[in-house]
Design a protein around this ligand. Structure first.
Ligand code: GLU
Length: 394
């Protein structure tokens, strides 16, 4: 836990830690297919309960963004199939049919509470491309300004492997970063995060608070999952890592718990709370988490220290190796020679030029900004220098 976190300093037991959830003003709630469907039909009662809960949260003055799965589950029986398809075109067709039903189900229910809902269908490209990211952000903020509840799903009809986020746990973490919401709540068929997979281990214990996502926590995650959705504990932990390393909170809780979000925001001890590390800016969140790195720079310890501790430029002498095929302004990862990723930044040279430069002349890499990363937590530093400055340093 970073010392800048007020929670770390002031609150020490799980019940007390929950009181910080009372201050949340903007929330992202992610609901999985297993909560709002039986895998083949939407679960009307579960949807009734969820919308009632979120309408109450909204009436209490908290801005709500919903990330929902369930399109494929709601769609495939409509195609006359006997079981959930497994080919991409059939899954995409099922999602196209199901998405309408899913949105209609939410719209009708929210309007019973006088609430308006809007649909946003996103792919990974919308997060990778800075301009689309900014436009998407503007749209979301406009919707919130008008008091509308954005309802988000991946655009499964166009998403192929290269451009898809792949699971809605990760998508919801991206959305939390985009919206700079203080809290992500992931609702699933699990009560929270356990010391071991509760479906297989004899006596697992529910962990009320996760302060740091340590190696032990990763080991406890195993690879849980259901047939109706694509997520599992691993994707939920990955979401927690993105959200908490950006400086926000995440809760995992059971989606069938009555009024679960309302109760969480009152500070009730439900599910598992993942505590935040120190906050990083919107741009650094984008660099660190919203677009997959296209290449790797393996650097020596001196260069690592200069970046992480000194907030300095990456000097050519410190770059040991260039891996991958990146272009100008792509995101690259910086790795130590021991294989630990510690920074991500935007490059001002493509991989070919950089390799040639490293091979032939005093080598230069200029980045506009960088987010430094230690093994499990991300530490933001600002790094900006001109080529001239680097040349003169060299
Ligand atoms: N986008 C998929 C759907 O709506 C779900 C993906 C997921 O469950 O993570 O069915």
């Amino acid at each position: 836990m970073n010392s800048s976190s007020p929670i770390a300093q002031k609150r020490c037991n799980p019940a007390e830690q929950r009181t910080c959830l009372r201050d949340v003003q903007r929330i992202v709630v992610k609901v999985g297919s297993s909560t709002i469907s039986d895998g083949a039909h939407l679960n009307e009662a579960a949807l009734d309960g969820l919308v009632h809960d979120l309408a109450l949260v909204k009436q209490n003055g908290v801005e709500v963004i919903l990330v929902t799965s369930g399109a494929i589950a709601a769609g495939w029986p409509q195609l006359g199939l006997k079981q959930r398809p497994n080919t991409l075109p059939h899954l995409q067709a099922a999602a196209a049919v199901g998405q309408i039903r899913l949105m209609a189900a939410y719209k009708d229910r929210f309007s019973n509470y006088g609430q308006r809902a809007a649909s946003m269908l996103l792919t990974r490209d919308d997060f990778s491309n800075r301009e689309r990211y900014t436009r998407m952000n503007d749209t979301m903020r406009a919707l919130l300004h008008f008091g509308v509840i954005p309802i988000i799903n991946e655009n499964d009809t166009v998403a192929v492997d290269e451009i898809k986020v792949g699971d809605n746990d990760t998508l919801s973490a991206y959305v939390t970063n985009l919206a700079q919401a203080q809290l992500l709540v992931i609702l699933s068929d699990q009560t929270g995060f356990y010391t071991a997979d509760p479906r297989h281990a004899p006596n697992p214990e529910l962990i009320h608070t996760v302060t740091t996502i340590s190696d032990e926590i990763w080991q406890a995650a195993g690879a849980a999952g259901t047939t109706s959705g694509t997520g599992g504990m691993v994707t939920k932990l990955r979401a927690a890592e993105i959200v908490t390393n950006s400086g926000e909170m995440m809760v995992m809780a059971h989606g069938q718990e009555p009024l679960v979000v309302t109760r969480l925001l009152k500070g009730e001890l439900l599910g598992t709370l993942f505590l935040p590390q120190s906050r990083i800016s919107g741009r650094k969140r984008w660099i660190a988490y919203s677009r997959p790195p296209k290449g790797r720079l393996i650097v020596d310890n001196g260069a690592r220290d200069a970046l992480v501790q000194g907030g300095k430029s990456l000097l050519p002498a410190g770059i040991r190796r260039v891996e991958g095929n990146f272009d100008y302004s792509d995101t690259v990862s910086c790795f130590t020679e021991n294989g630990v990723e510690f920074a991500r930044g935007l490059v001002n040279y493509n991989a070919v030029i950089l390799r040639n430069t490293l091979a032939n002349i005093p080598k230069i890499l200029k980045k506009s900004s960088v987010t430094a990363i230690t093994t499990k937590s991300y530490i933001a530093i600002t790094w900006s220098c001109s080529i001239d400055a680097v040349l003169s340093t060299v």
